[in-house]
Design a protein around this ligand. Structure first.
Ligand SMILES: [Zn+2]
Length: 113
């Protein structure tokens, strides 16, 4: 798993560079999440308990255009498409049933988000 976590970190570095090239500002949202927090989120209905955030395989990135925080898929869609070209296990939250545009992950089993 460590190997995949390292690949994920390196890929996120490229993702941030890509966002910058496209003219977007980027700040960190949530990356690592404790299992305790994931369980609390799930209880509130705002996340899932076995989130890939708990395995250091997911990150939420905030995008800005001209200083304005982006709340829809602007920018994320282009980045999501690019992210998925990096490998078959790469997932973007904009493809989820419950849209999560700023979420980028590597799913080791191709199932979890
Ligand atoms: Zn997320």
């Amino acid at each position: 798993m460590t190997r995949l976590q390292e690949e994920f970190a390196q890929s996120v570095a490229r993702l941030i560079q890509k966002a910058s090239q496209l003219g977007y500002g980027v700040t960190f949202g949530e990356a690592y999440r404790t299992p305790e927090q994931a369980a609390l989120n799930a209880a509130k209905g705002s996340g899932i308990s076995n989130s890939l955030h708990t395995e250091r395989l997911a990150i939420d990135l905030n995008l800005f255009k001209d200083g304005m925080y982006i709340t829809d898929d602007q920018g994320h869609r282009t980045l999501g498409v690019w992210w998925k070209t990096l490998g078959p296990k790469y997932r973007w939250g904009g493809d989820f049933k419950t849209k999560d545009f700023n979420h980028y992950s590597i799913s080791p089993d191709g199932v979890r988000a």
